[in-house]
Design a protein around this ligand. Structure first.
Ligand code: GLU
Length: 316
């Protein structure tokens, strides 16, 4: 643990009721897979005495009006949350403080590598595949000045003093994954997702993170950073994704996968919730159910561990 970065902002008071959350990126419409994750995150939080929060992760590409449509879609399924909805772009100053604190504490280095250089670098012994090979961590001051003079704005990476970290996941048990010197500030100066998500979860008193299992391998890095900033890592619940018949993550190309598309086909939000409930082992096929009843029935033990393969005939 280091002394500074965690101290300069509003730490979540110990007396605050802990929370779960849904944290979509408002880059487009939520599809059935995102909606299923949101329902499960809501159920995980509300059935364990937690508050439920909604955070818009809008540091990357966003689509105009997508946040409002996502909010309306969640509401139409009966998912609700404690206001306000937090927007990451409102917290840039806070991320800056944390990054500056880590830099001042000597926990970071400037990285001038291009994506290609990273891919092509010979990996150091014991470096897991895909991990940052360490190129810029060991630059001499002269080499660093030369790189700076080249004009390429550096990303900021954390100096990781572990190679792996173990997180606790309700569905995956103890999961150990790689930690490398990952980026906390991008070359364009924006805070990286891995930094923002950790700062926000900690400062919003979020101690339970339910999200798609495509992010399972990011959890060890994030949990490690949380401990570095003096926070206890959350408990995770990485839930299976929804895939198409080819086993590929659901997308717009798969036809009617958003509430708006499905409504146009005569499938209303209540019916979508019924199907989500059935897919999660919480309702019979064809049964009508609302979110309050789902909360009474919720049982992580019956959640399928495999992806939900969604095809167009689901809605026939
Ligand atoms: N914003 C991320 C996404 O939509 C999710 C991040 C998270 O839940 O930690 O994929």
């Amino acid at each position: 643990m280091i002394n500074n970065p965690g101290d300069s902002g509003p730490p979540a008071p110990a007396s605050v009721t802990p929370a779960g959350r849904f944290a979509p990126s408002p880059s487009g419409e939520l599809h059935v897979g995102n909606l299923r994750t949101a329902v499960l995150a809501y159920l995980f939080a509300r059935t364990t005495g937690r508050r439920f929060l909604l955070r818009m992760e809008n540091l990357d590409r966003t689509a105009v009006g997508a946040d409002a449509r996502q909010i309306a879609d969640l509401r139409s399924l009966g998912v609700d949350w404690e206001p306000p909805v937090v927007y990451q772009t409102d917290r840039l100053g806070r991320y800056r403080e944390i990054i500056d604190g880590l830099r001042a504490a000597g926990r970071t280095f400037e990285c001038f590598c291009t994506r290609r250089e990273i891919l092509e670098a010979p990996s150091a012994p014991h470096t897991p595949p895909g991990a940052y090979p360490g190129t810029c961590r060991h630059l001499t001051p002269i080499e660093r000045d030369r790189k700076r003079a080249s004009g390429r704005p550096p990303a900021i990476r954390i100096i990781a003093d572990v190679r792996e970290f173990t997180v606790t996941d309700v569905l995956h048990g103890n999961y150990t994954g790689a930690v490398d010197d990952f980026v906390i500030q991008r070359g364009d100066g924006a805070p990286a997702y891995n930094l923002a998500v950790v700062v926000d979860d900690a400062e919003q008193a979020i101690d339970q993170v339910c999200r798609g299992d495509d992010l399972l391998s990011s959890a060890p890095r994030q949990a490690y950073l949380a401990t570095l900033l003096g926070h206890a890592p959350p408990t995770y619940a990485h839930v299976p994704m929804v895939l198409n018949r080819d086993g590929v993550r659901l997308s717009k190309r798969d036809g009617a996968v958003t509430l708006a598309d499905l409504a146009a086909r005569g499938v209303d939000a209540a019916t979508v919730l019924d199907h989500i409930a059935a897919s999660a082992g919480l309702a019979e096929a064809g049964e009508h159910i609302d979110i309050a009843t789902l909360a009474e029935r919720f049982d992580p033990a019956v959640l399928p561990r495999e992806p939900w393969i969604l095809t167009a005939d689901e809605w026939d």
